[in-house]
Write a protein that binds this ligand. Structure first.
Ligand SMILES: [Fe+2]
Length: 269
């Protein structure tokens, strides 16, 4: 019969813990890989054990630093876009809801994949990609989407402006990358093509039969949302049947859906 085990004292369990800890010490990662992320300097480099920066051969440290600065801003933009698309997916209402609700999930998936690709390119170039929520809010130069629950035309009018900003910045990033690294340029060009396709899908919902956007020449997201909501066939129908006193009423109802203050502009970085 086995002897009854002795009760373990706090002292002996502490001694056991310290001895295991010291035996495992050699298994710890090198200190360089345990450094915290510097949220204000996302260009920080990974190095090997000899202090050599880790990046593909043929890319100089200066080039990789320059590319990572551009790519980090694209990562912020894409992660923000993905969250904004989900916000719209959850809050869009009215005729056309299901088509738009489902379409947006495709955009979310494509944007998630693009963000992943950009982050992994940063890591490949020896940088440390940062897509953490706290960093996003300090690195971006635009406000959150100002719409809460809103009709299809309002949300898509605003989303068209969002895509304007993201696409313009992606094109500019591809142009800058072209001067130093065709691989990064190629990635950004392919992503820009996808973003432009998504914008076309959005615009197809807010065009009239003459091919003009219901949001007209609105400059900001909030202006575009108001213009598209007011010009929507539903708003016009209710106006002609006198169910609503005027289009001003539609615009007032739209404004009641707006949360917070209007965004001052697009989401160009
Ligand atoms: Fe969903």
């Amino acid at each position: 019969m086995p002897a009854p085990s002795k009760p373990i004292s706090a002292d002996s369990s502490r001694r056991w813990f310290l001895s295991v800890k010291s035996r495992l010490r050699h298994l710890r990662s090198p200190r360089s890989s345990l450094l915290p992320i510097d949220h204000h300097h996302p260009r920080e480099w990974s190095h090997d054990n000899h202090g050599t920066p880790l990046h593909p051969s043929g890319i100089t440290e200066a080039t990789a630093t320059e590319l990572n600065e551009i790519l980090q801003q694209r990562l912020v933009s894409l992660v923000d876009l993905r969250l904004t698309l989900k916000h719209i997916h959850w809050n869009v209402v009215g005729p056309g809801f299901m088509a738009v609700h489902e379409m947006l999930d495709d955009h979310v998936e494509g944007t998630r994949a693009a963000a992943d690709e950009v982050a992994e390119r940063i890591a490949t170039l020896g940088g440390i990609p940062n897509g953490l929520p706290g960093f996003l809010t300090t690195a971006r130069t635009w406000d959150d989407c100002s719409l809460g629950r809103g009709v299809v035309e309002a949300h898509l009018g605003a989303l068209d402006k969002v895509y304007d900003g993201v696409i313009a910045d992606h094109r500019a990033a591809a142009e800058a990358a072209a001067k130093v690294d065709p691989v990064t340029e190629d990635m950004l060009i392919a992503q820009t093509g996808k973003l432009e396709l998504y914008q076309w899908f959005v615009r197809a919902h807010i065009e009239n039969t003459s091919g003009e956007l219901m949001s007209g020449d609105a400059r900001t997201e909030i202006e575009a949302a108001a213009a598209a909501a007011t010009a929507s066939p539903m708003a016009k129908r209710s106006h002609s049947r006198s169910l609503s006193p005027s289009l001003t009423h539609t615009r007032r109802r739209f404004e009641a859906c707006v949360i917070g203050h209007p965004s001052p502009g697009g989401r160009s970085a």
